[in-house]
Design a protein around this ligand. Structure first.
Ligand SMILES: [Mn+2]
Length: 448
């Protein structure tokens, strides 16, 4: 009793010395993040029930720039404009923040120079069970993860802003509940930013960076939709890019055809840097490549007599399979990752540019491949390994959107007898994990 009172007192005094007892109105984005993290952690450590006073804002577990930027921006709006204490939680391990060089770069542009210290990561709450907060806002995904809902009966999702397939949850509790197509979820978050309030230039820059990376620089005919263009037009004049964009360009922005934004040299430059950082993963081996852009799903096999539940993972990798996975490397590291995560199914989805074939834009032609592994996991002891595998091959090969063909130059022969594997070339290079994840769910769960 006494020690916790002392701890509370020292917390108060410590916060009292810094300008952040209540979150300062004039603080930069980095100060806001550091102060919120410190206050949240001291709240839940000293008095776990205080966690209920906070809204935890989360992006998805892949931890890409879209998720990071959207969660930071949404938490800022809630805390600083609506005065509801909110904290962005990055759903990856602190040490894994480095795996995405493009995130580190964009965060630095936003004045967040030490994200490991300034951002609340899943590592900061390791071992805290049940999760100390009950109020959640979801951005860039629309289903609350099991880590936050298990043994947490009061868990409540109060907001959803997303651009993935709608799982139709939280219709009664979430407001806003905006789930609609967009190149980037950050565009939805920007569209919801109260126009009468000021947006810090660091925050505008962070959101703009996410939109640029998700839409290949807002390239015409690409992934950018109208909501992305409108968001970019709103953010550019508020961003730090205005230091170098000419005033005539800035004043002509409202009249500009949004399809031509890539014609602004500063936008093109930022886009080139971010995409170079994103695709330069030469320093990463198979193990890190499987983890760096990874999402996990739980499926109930309704077609199976005992309707068991299994876990599946989808790793997106920006390098072709043969560059990093040959000679049994993919088999070995995928097995290790599947055991580590207790997965029954792992899909490795590559997306890369073919240096030998040029596409329309003069860059290498965009290609995608898939490697799939099915393993006899503990959750699936009673299952027929071959039942799952043959269902998977059949479902993938029949799908008209993906258009897969067996990948003859990359077969995974070095798998143990307790596993099955198949690799494909994906003819439709535009179908991302956003298309593959719902397909996998259908293949695994639907009867028939
Ligand atoms: Mn996204």
């Amino acid at each position: 009793m006494k020690s916790s009172a002392v701890r509370r007192l020292s917390t108060v005094l410590k916060l009292g010395q810094s300008p952040g007892t209540s979150l300062p109105e004039t603080s930069s984005l980095a100060n806001f993040l550091s102060a919120s993290k410190e206050k949240y952690l001291s709240d839940v450590r000293a008095t776990p029930s205080k966690g209920a006073e906070w809204t935890v804002v989360m992006g998805n577990e892949a931890g890409d720039l879209d998720s990071v930027a959207s969660s930071i921006a949404y938490a800022w709006v809630q805390s600083e404009i609506h005065k509801k204490p909110s904290i962005p939680l990055i759903q990856i391990d602190r040490d894994d923040l480095n795996l995405r060089a493009e995130n580190m770069y964009a965060l630095q542009l936003a004045g967040i120079n030490d994200p490991q210290q300034q951002l609340l990561c899943i590592t900061d709450l390791e071992g805290v069970k049940p999760f100390p907060s009950t109020t959640f806002a979801l951005v860039d995904h629309n289903r609350l993860g099991a880590l936050f809902s298990s043994e947490n009966p009061n868990a409540n999702v109060v907001a959803v802003v997303d651009h993935h397939e709608d799982e139709h949850l939280y219709a009664d509790s979430a407001d806003p509940r905006k789930i609609a197509p967009a190149g980037s979820c950050a565009s939805h978050v920007a569209s919801l930013y109260p126009r009468e309030a000021e947006i810090p230039r660091e925050l505008a820059t962070l959101l703009l960076s996410a939109i640029i990376i998700d839409t290949n620089g807002l390239v015409p005919g690409g992934k950018a939709l109208q909501v992305d263009h409108s968001a970019a037009l709103y953010l550019i004049p508020h961003s730090t890019l205005t230091d170098s964009i000419s005033s005539s360009t800035l004043s002509s922005l409202p009249q500009r055809n949004p399809e031509t934004l890539l014609g602004i040299p500063q936008i093109k430059n930022l886009s080139d840097i971010l995409s170079a950082k994103k695709t330069d993963v030469s320093h990463l081996g198979a193990w890190d490549l499987l983890r760096r852009d990874y999402k996990e799903y739980t499926y109930t096999l309704n077609w199976h007599p005992s309707t068991p539940t299994i876990k599946a993972g989808l790793a997106t990798v920006p390098v072709k399979l043969r560059s990093w996975g040959s000679d049994g490397k993919l088999e070995a590291e995928a097995q290790r990752w599947m055991e580590h995560q207790q997965l029954s199914v792992l899909g490795v989805l590559t997306s890369f540019r073919d240096a030998r074939k040029f596409g329309k834009n003069g860059k290498g032609k965009h290609r995608r491949e898939m490697a799939w592994l099915v393993r006899d996991g503990t959750d699936a002891q009673t299952l027929q390994l071959d039942d799952i595998a043959s269902r998977l091959w059949k479902g993938l090969e029949a799908n008209e959107e993906l258009q897969v063909k067996i990948h003859k130059k990359m077969n995974l022969s070095k798998i143990p007898p307790t596993a099955r594997a198949r690799t494909y070339k994906q003819k439709n290079a535009n179908a991302t994990r956003k298309a593959t994840a719902p397909l996998l769910k259908n293949i695994m769960e639907l009867m028939g």
